[in-house]
Design a binder for this molecule. Structure first.
Ligand SMILES: Nc1ncnc2c1ncn2[C@@H]1O[C@H](COP(=O)(O)OP(=O)(O)O)[C@@H](O)[C@H]1O
Ligand SMILES: [Mg+2]
Length: 309
């Protein structure tokens, strides 16, 4: 469990992070979204204990980043936005070096490194020199390095930037696997579509403020109160439209031709099911329903309106 409580960072007159709070549980993959300069790296560095907050704190499995930073460090893996790799080092040696730094007992290192290489799909490269790897492989190696001490929380700062689509897809799959292993993963990006489909939870940060937090659906619904349901019937659309016009959550109903009913709707999924149910019970032949909803990208644009520090 990670609880971020009123975390705040001031750099002189500039407040980079304005007291943000959220909590995550094991298995959560949190997409931390914001434009450049929004405060993502500052937040991540504070949670990773590398940067002292001006006020507020974060607690990971009972350990406080201010009071018990060493305990927190043992439980986290942090992948910075810019990472350096060492030249003339082989993949295996590189991981062994970091395992030693994290005080993984030497008797366990071999098995752990084997597992981590397997997980990050680098087994065939274990004897290759680090600098000979592609950018995508180097990125996975950095992630492998963050995993050797089996951390509970992974902080990945813009891990997908600069990767080609194939490498990005591999990285997504790997991050999803980490979630299934029960780790908490925080992954930041300034490019929304990168994150929407594999995070169970997103937060939008702008000018140091967390403007929205929750599941993708909640965040989208919170911003867009109504959505359009497009219901196709075999015939008699105008009457079908009248039949549902007074139902809960229905704001406006239109029919197009004889086969399409458009409902401006703000109800729950239950209410949406009730509409279909009513039409079927009234004898209309329902062919299908399409839900037109704003996506996360619309929400992001609307919330941030291009505002950058
Ligand atoms: N060491 C620093 N000193 C002064 N200002 C900083 C420092 N680091 C970051 N900032 C400022 O804090 C704000 C947030 O930066 P950052 O957390 O790096 O954003 P992001 O990672 O979302 O791009 C920016 O306005 C940035 O210029
Ligand atoms: Mg950053």
């Amino acid at each position: 469990m990670l609880e971020v409580k009123n975390l705040r960072k001031e750099y002189g007159p500039l407040t980079a992070v304005k007291g943000i709070s959220f909590s995550l549980k094991p298995g959560d993959i949190f997409g931390f979204i914001g434009s450049n300069g929004a405060g993502k790296t500052t937040t991540i560095r504070m949670i990773s204990t590398l940067l002292e907050p001006t006020s507020g704190t974060a607690v990971l499995n009972g350990a406080d980043i201010i009071a018990n930073p060493m305990d927190v460090r043992r439980m986290i893996g942090y992948m910075p936005d810019f990472f350096g790799l060492y030249d003339d080092v082989k993949v295996w040696e590189y991981l062994d070096f970091f395992a030693a730094i994290y005080r993984v007992p030497s008797g366990q290192r071999h098995d752990i490194i084997t597992n981590v290489l397997e997980l990050t799909d680098l087994t065939v490269k274990k004897d290759a020199f680090v600098q000979s790897l592609s950018r995508g492989m180097q990125q996975r190696l950095c992630l492998a390095r963050c995993l050797v001490h089996d951390p509970a929380l992974l902080l990945l700062d813009e891990p997908a930037s600069g990767l080609d689509p194939r490498a990005r897809a591999d990285l997504k799959e790997l991050i999803a696997e980490l979630g299934r292993m029960g780790k908490i993963v925080i992954v930041s990006s300034h490019i929304l579509p990168e994150l929407a489909d594999f995070c169970n939870c997103v937060g939008i940060i702008e000018r140091g403020e967390l403007l929205a937090f929750g599941t993708v659906d909640d965040v989208v619904r919170g911003i867009q109160p109504t959505r359009e349901l497009e219901i196709r019937v075999l015939a008699d659309a105008p009457n079908a439209a009248r039949a549902v016009s007074a139902m809960n959550g229905v704001h406006e109903v239109r029919s197009t031709g004889e086969d399409t009913v458009r409902v401006e709707f703000s109800g729950t999924l239950e209410g949406q099911a009730d509409i279909i149910d009513k039409l079927v019970r009234d004898g209309y032949r329902v062919v299908g329903l399409r839900e037109q909803q704003a996506d996360l990208e619309d929400v992001f644009l609307r919330l941030t309106t291009g505002a950058v520090n």
